[in-house]
Design a protein around this ligand. Sequence first.
Ligand SMILES: Nc1ncnc2c1ncn2[C@@H]1O[C@H](COP(=O)(O)OP(=O)(O)OP(=O)(O)O)[C@@H](O)[C@H]1O
Ligand SMILES: [Mg+2]
Length: 75
Amino acid sequence: MTEHLLDVNNLVTSFRTADGNLTAVRGVSFSVEQGETLCIVGESGCGKSITSLSVMQLLPNGQIDNGSIQFDGKS
Ligand SMILES: Nc1ncnc2c1ncn2[C@@H]1O[C@H](COP(=O)(O)OP(=O)(O)OP(=O)(O)O)[C@@H](O)[C@H]1O
Ligand SMILES: [Mg+2]
């Protein structure tokens, strides 16, 4: 298996809201090599910020429901 600096596989992140469960990120996968810059582009609300905050473990609330995030070989 090829190891990248960052590996995000099938990331699913959701929020529990007063109106029910809101899945903000559904099955996102990407990898980044050392020294590489990855630009994530998409319409407003598609989940760019929540994907990034999930990777950095900086979610304000909300939870990671599925997937794996490996950085430098560590979960
Ligand atoms: N704290 C939160 N509680 C509930 N839902 C949230 C919360 N933060 C974001 N969301 C929802 O998660 C989804 C993804 O939001 P996100 O902020 O990741 O979008 P974005 O792609 O970064 O948009 P933008 O280009 O406007 O920055 C949206 O439906 C948003 O309303
Ligand atoms: Mg954003």
